[in-house]
Design a protein around this ligand. Structure first.
Ligand code: UDP
Ligand code: MG
Length: 312
């Protein structure tokens, strides 16, 4: 197929050797049936299993359609998608996971929504198939996020099966941010977004790449990358605490004058102190999260390193 692709599918791959063959089969079946020229960009994010060899083999099967980007190491899911974004040739760009949690059969639905004139198609997972703790973390986070960032209109930030117009993808690729969250970034640029429900399946093979700690870090990227809310909350807490401490000092001062010196209540004071120290440490941590990210950006190290690209 020598015509320019119309649809570009961008997929990050990290230790997905158990899924790639089935992914390939289901994806090509769906896309062939759609009957529009397409390409599939798969980024190997420094997998430690033999994913990269399977990808090389898939490229050999359909060299015109399957393009493989090999990273030099593990730079994370969003960077793997960014590397795909920098190279897409199609007009409608669809991102999805390699583990088949996003069924490829849902792609025509997204294409139809794009063709109806939307520039971003967001999704939420219908009947999500994940462990209870993942659901809990995700629901809690979605709620906190909706409260902190009301402008970010999406129900479910965790679903990666989404569609973007080429214009939006080019804008995202041009940001050059080292830590980012692609669905949120896209909404910043979107002028006519929409949202559809898509099916969700259990991971086909292999294991999730995110631990609870990983998820928390990942969600911090979203919050710090798109909002100053945590910092502002601390300014407010600081103001509140200062105000009440001032009243407290006045009260203690008056007591000193009226009642005279006293030592009772020392332990209460300790409790108050520890509480305040806790708040200060938390605040310091939040400030640190932002500073760390500023540090990452100002160093201007490459956000990912491509070892090799297999394409025609
Ligand atoms: N992934 C990646 N780099 C990473 C971690 C994950 O490219 O460092 C890819 C992974 O191969 C998959 C997608 O990102 O295609 C989502 O990862 P996973 O399924 O492990 O996350 P979960 O569905 O559990 O949130
Ligand atoms: Mg998954």
């Amino acid at each position: 197929m020598s015509t320019e692709p119309y649809i570009s599918i961008v997929i990050p791959v990290y230790n997905e050797s158990a899924n790639l063959e089935t992914l390939y089969q289901r994806l090509t079946t769906t896309l062939d049936a759609l009957g529009k020229p397409y390409e599939i960009l798969l980024t190997d994010d420094g997998s430690r299993d033999d994913s990269v060899h399977i990808l090389q083999e898939l490229h050999k099967r359909r060299p015109e359609q399957i393009r493989v980007i090999e990273f030099n190491g593990n730079f994370g899911q969003h960077m793997a998608i960014m590397a795909g974004f920098e190279r897409v040739r199609g007009q409608i760009i669809i991102t999805m996971d390699a583990d088949l949690q996003n069924p490829p059969e849902e792609i025509p639905k997204l294409v139809a929504a794009m063709e109806a004139g939307h520039d971003v198609v967001n999704t939420h997972r219908l009947e999500r198939q994940d462990s209870w703790w993942r659901l809990f973390v995700s629901r809690t986070h979605n709620r906190i996020r909706a409260w902190m960032m009301p402008k970010l209109k999406m129900q479910d930030e965790g679903c990666m099966l989404r569609a973007y117009s080429r214009r939006i993808v080019d804008l995202m690729a041009a940001t050059g941010e080292a830590t980012t969250f692609i669905p949120a970034l896209a909404l910043n640029y979107a002028s006519h977004p929409t949202e559809v429900g898509v099916a969700h399946e259990n991971r086909f093979g292999g294991e999730s790449n995110y631990s609870l700690y990983g998820l928390i870090r990942y969600n911090f990227d979203l919050v710090t990358g798109f909002s100053l809310f945590p910092l502002q909350v601390f300014t407010l807490i600081g103001m509140g605490v200062s105000f009440f401490s001032f009243l407290f000092v006045l009260y203690l001062g008056l007591r000193r004058l009226i009642v005279g010196p006293e030592v009772e209540g020392v332990f209460t004071l300790f409790a108050i102190m520890f509480f305040l120290i806790g708040i200060v440490l938390l605040g310091l941590g939040i400030v640190g999260e932002y500073i760390g990210r500023i540090y990452q950006e100002v160093r201007k190290r490459p956000r990912f390193v491509v070892k090799r690209v297999l394409e025609k």
